[in-house]
Design a protein around this ligand. Structure first.
Ligand code: DX5
Ligand code: ZN
Length: 218
């Protein structure tokens, strides 16, 4: 997927009806979503538990959409093979996890998957600078990870700009994704700051008109 130059929308299935995922995915695909954001939570790295590789495997069978898997787990390195063989197209993991960042990026690349690194709100932008040349994407969390439906933290905006500026020097193709509290107003702020990919859960899946919701983010 060549995904530079235009704003991408990635609905987070955390806010979808898990018993009706096939229809939920079809709904956002038809409405023009660019990729599917899959939130994986282990109850350790974050207080919540969501889904794992078996669901990714089923999603892979159900759709040709690009699967963007956001691992909110303590030991991502140990699960790269499981997510890759289940059909993930991109794997993002937290710099704050227990895994070695360099080795985990290498493992993702060797598995034929695009690597991305995520930073929580308290982690500075500079933390990802040493890895930018190897990454396809950086995810700047705009809420504390763990739950959908939280309020956007506007003090994350300068981090987006700082990463964009550094990436322009070392890896201009790098995508910057934002996740948490994304609605049309906050989407605009993020795009102006340099974001390319907008994750949105409760806003998209809570909307009565899905296409209108996705268009309004873009
Ligand atoms: C939060 C997750 C998000 C979440 C976003 O930990 O990473 O992807 O689903 O949900 P909203 O868009 O409702 O803030
Ligand atoms: Zn997420």
């Amino acid at each position: 997927m060549n995904f530079k130059n235009e704003i991408k929308v990635a609905p987070s299935i955390l806010s979808a009806d898990y018993a009706d995922l096939k229809n939920e995915i079809e709904k956002v695909k038809t409405a023009g979503a660019d990729m599917l954001h899959v939130d994986v939570m282990d109850g350790h790295f974050v207080p919540n538990i969501s889904i794992g590789p078996p669901v990714v495997k089923s999603l892979r069978k159900a759709t040709d959409m690009f699967l963007d898997c956001h691992l909110m787990i303590s030991n991502p390195y140990d699960y790269i093979d499981a997510f890759a063989s289940s059909g993930a197209d991109l794997i993002s993991f937290h710099i704050e996890s227990n895994s070695d960042v360099e080795k985990t990026i290498e493992k993702i690349i060797s598995a034929g998957v695009k690597p991305a690194l995520v930073i929580k709100p308290k982690t500075p932008a500079e933390a990802v600078f040493p890895y930018l040349d190897k990454l396809s994407m950086v995810l700047v969390m705009t809420v504390e990870p763990g739950f959908g439906g939280q309020s956007f933290m506007s003090d994350m905006l300068p981090k987006i700009t700082a990463i964009r500026e550094k990436a322009n020097e070392v890896n201009p193709d790098l995508l910057i994704q934002v996740d948490g509290g994304i609605v049309p107003e906050t989407a605009r702020l993020c795009v102006d700051a340099g974001a390319d990919v907008l994750v949105s859960g409760s806003f998209i899946f809570g909307a009565t008109d899905t296409k209108e919701a996705i268009d309004s983010l873009r």
